[in-house]
Ligand binder design. Structure first.
Ligand SMILES: Nc1ncnc2c1ncn2[C@@H]1O[C@H](COP(=O)(O)OP(=O)(O)OP(=O)(O)O)[C@@H](O)[C@H]1O
Length: 256
């Protein structure tokens, strides 16, 4: 299997707080990896370092074998690694189409000009195509403020996919989305990323979602990788049950 992303001895301290401690991870092309961990375990810190939003205190990050330490988020996106955020980063007053046109324009030009017309036929065609892939074309001309939370999440992920990345990092794609909507949302996301043959790493708190979609789990605790492997093995790991999931039947107890 070809390694697409590797971290070596990745560390991050915020004053006295250790948010990442000697994180060594190898992600292979085509994997769908779930990142789990309780609040404050270091999941977002890991994603922020890998995507250039946060400078590691120490360690190395290789994307397709090349060091990306010190590169800007924009340079990392252009190299083929895109991301979405816990809270969708959208222009709320603009229509869904206009948000996508901004992403298309940014992906086409390294220095998008404010004077260049954003609405040209080929850009609109590209934006319409991705809306159709995510099955959200009916929201095309609606301002983002008026669309449901689940659709906002899809728009954010659609924007990340515009530049045709090789790898996509999703920070809590189902946060803020109702339990009933989660499966439909993730079914859509996984269908589209499979069509684009993108390697995916996503942070998720809902173990039902994790079990359903991932081929591998990375479990974080206190800035360290506590377990890394097949979902059944990681979720059955006593330390993961103690520090991350709260026991084998925690999700059933929480629902009672
Ligand atoms: N900018 C920052 N300044 C100071 N401390 C920070 C900063 N960002 C994160 N931390 C701390 O680093 C640790 C890891 O935080 P991180 O946000 O990565 O956890 P997380 O696993 O993503 O949590 P959650 O599930 O709540 O999003 C926490 O103790 C957090 O308070």
């Amino acid at each position: 299997m070809t390694c697409i992303l590797e971290t070596q001895g990745l560390c991050k301290e915020f004053g006295a707080v250790t948010a990442a401690k000697d994180v060594n991870v190898r992600i292979h092309k085509g994997e769908v990896v779930g990142v789990i961990g309780s609040n404050g375990a270091g999941k977002t810190t890991f994603i922020n370092m890998v995507t250039g939003y946060l400078k590691p205190s120490r360690g190395e990050i290789l994307f397709n074998g090349q060091s990306i330490i010190g590169r800007t988020p924009r340079a990392i996106t252009r190299a083929g690694m895109a991301r979405s955020f816990q809270v969708a980063q959208l222009f709320a007053q603009l229509s869904v189409l206009d948000n996508l046109l901004i992403a298309v324009s940014a992906a086409q030009s390294p220095f998008p000009s404010l004077l260049a017309p954003m609405r040209n036929a080929s850009r609109i065609e590209q934006a319409d195509a991705i809306l159709a892939e995510f099955d959200i074309s009916r929201w095309r001309d609606t301002p983002v403020t008026a669309v449901p939370q689940g659709v906002r999440k899809l728009i954010d992920i659609a924007m990340a996919l515009i530049g045709d990345p090789q790898m996509l990092l999703l920070d809590e794609p189902t946060s803020g989305v109702s339990a009933e909507e989660k499966t439909a949302l993730m079914d859509t996301v996984m269908r589209v990323v499979a069509q684009h043959q993108v390697t995916v790493l996503f942070v998720e708190h809902d173990m039902d979602v994790v079990r359903r979609y991932v081929s591998r789990i990375l479990a974080f605790y206190s800035g360290e990788v506590l377990a890394d492997g097949a979902p059944e093995a990681v979720l059955a790991n006593p330390r993961v049950q103690e520090f991350v999931t709260g026991g084998p039947n925690a999700h059933k107890r929480a629902a009672q």
